[in-house]
Design a binder for this molecule. Structure first.
Ligand code: PFF
Length: 454
């Protein structure tokens, strides 16, 4: 009884006025979480590798059929449970076991943040290099990138990203996360439009745009479908407790169905425009769009260096990437913050300092493993960074998505009421969560964890 009272008072504390989103603030913050390095760093190179426009189409289908239902499920659980990604599940089900599953998603968010901050740091470094003109004194951008990774600079920039993230979160949900997203998201839209116009006005841009816009279905395979589905999850920030945590700060009057559509549309439009920047730019300068993770840090600088006003547009591009990354790191850090505040009763400020420093330490091996500084950080043929990415994106994320899907589809009877959908939409939603999403998510898990192969 005492325990219950104590947890209720904590719940109230975490739900005070400053700990709530306004309606527009919530939508912007959730779009901010979804839009990130996934859209601009991962999406272009996997689209390049798996078939251009045909892959993009698959991504859209996965987003609509599985991504959006699971996104709505996460938001509904968050608002219904009004707690962190673990306690919400316990409150709504009455069983600790579900809380244990939720806790795994919290750990996942924390670990993703530890290496996501490393890549976010690269974007800040490249923005500086570009604006100062330093970037274009080089002509071997592959070498520049590996020299950078062999230095201590990635650690410095990773620290700066975490510091900025902690600083924003310290101010709370309304004065921190919401306010910051309300400034950065419009900034992001302006930068995106400027860069799109620049890319599409390059001579010969049409060919690159055609690769991205004209589907060639012969390139599709079961593998591309699973990659597209996995990416829809990553891109919508699912399976990591982030949307559950944000959902807990949403007002009861907000329509979660409409919010889900707005977040999905925001994420999709952003990915589409990012494609319209990256593909024409790489094609015009004869570069490979399918070259993998180094596309943005190796191929694009080469392209920017060859275009008029390249250091300005290159700088803008990397600032855009940094903005997008920061709105996502904020959502990732809030997941464990919500947990420790509720579980241990810690103040927000202390939780932020503690977890930011801890995340920095956990991220150190990731930041150092891509260079030649610490050779033993590469094992089993992959650097530590890749292992972290592999385990979180391919194992924890689909499993986290499966937990929420099964929870809302089968275990929680109040889901229908909390979601507030009209009867037709409700039936469709529950059908997707009960029958379609679990099977597809399980397939992604089996494929991406290497248990099944094509
Ligand atoms: N959606 C983000 C991106 O596309 O970069 C990444 C992400 C953020 C994944 C938050 C998971 C998460 F909880």
């Amino acid at each position: 009884m005492k325990d219950q009272r104590q947890s209720e008072s904590l719940q109230e504390k975490t739900q005070s006025a400053g700990e709530r989103f306004s309606s527009s603030g919530f939508i912007l913050a959730a779009i901010g979480s979804a839009v990130g390095l996934g859209n601009m760093w991962k999406f272009p190179y996997i689209t390049g590798q798996y078939g251009g426009a045909a892959f993009f189409l698959l991504f859209v289908i996965c987003l609509l059929l599985v991504g959006l239902p699971v996104l709505l499920a996460e938001l509904t659980v968050g608002r219904g449970g009004r707690g962190n990604a673990s306690t919400s599940l316990i409150r709504l089900s009455g069983h600790k076991l579900w809380g244990g599953f939720g806790f795994i998603t919290i750990l996942g968010a924390f670990v993703i943040l530890s290496f996501y901050a490393v890549v976010a740091g690269w974007t800040l470094h490249y923005a500086m290099l570009s604006f100062s003109g330093e970037l274009f004194k080089h002509n071997d951008f592959g070498l520049l990138f590996s020299d950078f990774n062999n230095s201590w600079m990635p650690v410095f920039w990773q620290f700066i990203v975490l510091l900025l993230t902690g600083f924003i979160i310290m101010r709370g949900v309304s004065a921190g996360i919401e306010k910051f997203n309300k400034i950065l998201i419009p900034g992001l839209v302006i930068l995106l439009i400027v860069l799109c116009i620049r890319a599409l006005s390059l001579e010969g841009a049409g060919e690159g745009a055609a690769f991205f816009l004209k589907p060639d279905f012969s390139k599709l395979s079961a593998e591309s479908a699973l990659v597209a589905l996995g990416h829809a999850f990553f891109s919508l920030s699912l399976g990591m407790g982030a949307m559950m945590t944000y959902g807990a700060y949403v007002d009861k009057r907000q329509s979660l169905g409409l919010a889900t559509l707005a977040i999905g549309a925001g994420d999709l439009i952003y990915a589409f425009l990012a494609g319209l920047i990256i593909f024409p730019t790489t094609f015009v300068f004869g570069l490979e769009a399918s070259q993998g993770p180094s596309l943005v840090f190796v191929a694009l600088p080469a392209a920017f260096s060859a275009m008029p006003l390249g250091s300005f547009f290159g700088g803008l591009f990397f600032v855009l990437l940094a903005f997008a990354a920061l709105t996502s790191t904020v959502s990732l850090l809030e997941v464990p913050i919500a947990f420790v505040r509720e579980a241990f009763g810690w103040r927000r400020s202390f939780s932020v300092i503690f977890l930011t420093l801890l995340c920095f330490l956990i991220g150190l091996p990731s930041a150092l493993s891509l260079g030649n500084k610490v050779p033993w950080l590469t094992f089993g043929g992959k650097p530590f960074f890749d292992w972290m990415d592999f385990v979180c994106s391919n194992i924890v994320l689909p499993l986290g998505g499966l937990v929420v899907t099964l929870f809302v589809g089968y275990a929680w009877r109040g889901a229908a009421e909390e979601a507030g959908l009209s009867s037709w939409w409700l039936r469709l939603w529950l059908f997707m969560l009960r029958y379609v999403a679990p099977i597809l998510v399980l397939l992604v898990f089996l494929y991406s964890s290497g248990i099944i192969r094509f």
